[in-house]
Design a protein around this ligand. Structure first.
Ligand code: SF4
Length: 75
């Protein structure tokens, strides 16, 4: 619930280590995040879909103006 990237909030060295953790411990979720969305964005998107509350500006990530917010490098 903190404001940084999840790997930072978890005290990990980087996203690579978080991805490895997800692959090892939460394989189904890692597989589901095939597009390598930022993890917090991915979790919120999952919760929104389960609740059938769509807050995204587009039904498709590929066509969304917020694509760079949800994907891409984390520094
Ligand atoms: S890229 Fe757009 S549609 Fe995809 S999760 Fe982000 S805000 Fe939602």
């Amino acid at each position: 619930m903190a404001e940084n990237h999840l790997w930072q909030d978890l005290g990990l060295p980087g996203r690579v280590e978080l991805n490895a953790l997800m692959q090892t411990r939460f394989t189904a979720l890692k597989t589901k995040n095939a597009g390598d969305m930022k993890w917090k964005k991915f979790f919120y998107r999952q919760l929104c879909e389960q609740a059938e509350v769509l807050i995204c500006k587009s039904p498709s990530c590929a066509n969304c103006c917020d694509y760079s917010v949800c994907f891409g490098p984390e520094t």
